[in-house]
Design a binder for this molecule. Sequence first.
Ligand SMILES: [Zn+2]
Length: 63
Amino acid sequence: MESKHPANACRRCGATAYKPVIARDASGAMMPSGTYRCVGCKLEFNTVDQWRASTEIERTAAH
Ligand SMILES: [Zn+2]
């Protein structure tokens, strides 16, 4: 009952799934680019934290 809102959901559209973005690398092979895309709103992100509704975005540019 209380889990009406899934912990893992897009903060923009509420979709509960995302897929890795596949890109062609230098040798022509299709490889995961390290980026993910929401299946709902097509938001692209590098970490799930950037996509999840339940997590506040940290504004630190930590790399
Ligand atoms: Zn979305």
